[in-house]
Design a protein around this ligand. Sequence first.
Ligand code: PDD
Length: 283
Amino acid sequence: MTTVYLNGKFLPADQACVPVLDRGFIFGDGVYEVIPAYGGTLFRFDEHLQRLQNSLDAVRIPNPLSTAGWRTLLGELIVQNDSDDQSLYLQITRGSAERDHAMPLNTVPTVFAMSKPLHPVNQHIREHGVVAITLDDIRWQRCHIKAISLLPNILLRQEALDQGAAEAILIRDGLANEGAASNLFIVIDGELITPPTGPFLLPGITRDLILELARTNGIVHRERNIRRDELQRADEIWLTSSTKEILPVTMLDNTSVASGKPGPLFQRMLALYQNYKQQLRKP
Ligand code: PDD
């Protein structure tokens, strides 16, 4: 049984209970983060905490812990769950109150965290890539907030799975912004491109690292909008997230992406990414 953290206590997952009037349960009124830990070291902890703070500020929930407090909590969770690489999930909701859309005064936020073993992306996917489809982005206008209310994302991901794809790439006003739970990169005309941050995508921590690795390794790259037609003629398409790292898309809407194999820049970036992770593991 995995050990989870709830409101100040570490306990077995099946003993952790939240009141039914918790606004996370009633309204999906809360925010979250997913932070990988490699060999016990938190991946880009400060960046994740900054994004958490931005999400909390955007929905007007006070941060219940200091940065040091979060570090201690997550460090303890890593120790209690004892696996080499872990994916840590943390969630803060506005707390319990009588059901009313208006934000209640003086509720105590609910703080929850759990850990799952983080398995390396499977070799078959790295060699052959994944299938993706494009779908209209049916989400709201604040996609930069990492909110726990994810029903549109769930519907979009499931639609992709129903069509035999691993992920949906979301199109809004003719632009491809991101996946249902991942950021988007393409390689086109010799450049690595990702859409700029803004209200229509989550500023991914993996995305940031990839841009940094491109910068420090002389890979030509740019943040700019990606039109649907560019997505369709891209030489490479990647999806990125903390748990999936970098996934090469080799089939989009039933058409092969370039040769239908993961491309050379993907291979290069994957090696750079693995190297970065390896450095974290060193004592
Ligand atoms: N999701 N965009 C969306 C909509 C996401 O849900 C995610 C990650 C990302 C990538 O962000 P990052 O690189 O910081 O993981 C982009 C997480 C993993 C999840 O919901 O489980």
